[in-house]
Structure formats: C-alpha cells, structure tokens
Design a protein around this ligand. Structure first.
Ligand code: 5GP
Ligand code: ZN
Length: 113
C-alpha cells in the first residue's frame, strides 16, 4: 500500500467500495460519482501513479485491466462504452493510482470536453 493513496485504501478494505470484481492483481468497483448510467473503475492492486508510469513489467497487468473491464461491461449489459485513462491533472486525473474508467448506458460525444 502506498502512503495516503485513496485507491490503495479501497484495495486494503479500509474504505468501502461497491466492488464488481476482485482477484489477486485487479479490483473493479463502481465510481462514487458516476458520469453515466454505468460507470466503474478497473485498477491494478499494484500502485502505479498513472499511464505515464507504466513499466515494461506492467504490460501484462495493464492488458488484464482491458480484458476484465470488457467482461464486466458485458455483465452490466453494455455493448457500447467509453474506456478512459486520465494522465495528469489537466487531463482530469484526480487519483494518482492508475485506473481505467468504463462508462456506458448513454450516448457519448467525441471529442471529449
Ligand atoms: P480521475 O479523475 O482520477 O480519472 O478518476 C478518479 C475517479 O475516482 C473519479 O471518477 C471519482 O469520482 C472516483 N472516486 C473518487 N473517490 C472515490 C471513492 O472514494 N470511491 C469510489 N468508488 N470512487 C471514487
Ligand atoms: Zn495506490
């Protein structure tokens, strides 16, 4: 667990979350402030700051986020959805533990704002 990281605390069970999936390496839970009818986060248990901090040794782990996220999306009844990783504050990153957003259940605009 990394210091004061909110998502490390969720992983440790210190902060409750509405979990959709968990294994030894990955956890998925609903976003506390959903921006779409379905909005959940898929994160590695390993503390990685964000997309720019992904190392070669993390490639398989980050790939797993995608596969697990797609499975959960299907379970949630989504076939159209947006997948987002924010890197850095100006891009909208507010929690500095890498997380993949999946949003669906409404139509999406492109480009994003
Ligand atoms: P970011 O803005 O860093 O890309 O995404 C962080 C996300 O985490 C936001 O969508 C925010 O609503 C969500 N979030 C922040 N705190 C909590 C929390 O305590 N629990 C849950 N489930 N989501 C959170
Ligand atoms: Zn963390």
């Amino acid at each position: 667990m990394e210091g004061n990281c909110l998502f490390c605390k969720i992983i440790a069970g210190e902060i409750p979350a509405d979990k959709l999936y968990e294994d030894e390496e990955v956890i998925a839970f609903r976003d506390i402030a959903p921006q779409a009818p379905v909005h959940f986060l898929v994160i590695p248990k390993k503390h990685i700051q964000g997309p720019a901090a992904v190392a070669r040794e993390d490639e398989e782990l980050i790939g797993r986020l995608m596969r697990i996220g797609a499975k959960i999306a299907a379970q949630e009844g989504l076939s159209h959805y947006r997948v987002v990783f924010n890197n850095g504050e100006q891009a909208g990153q507010s929690v500095f533990h890498i997380h993949m957003h999946i949003l669906g259940g409404r139509s999406m605009n492109w480009p994003p704002g």
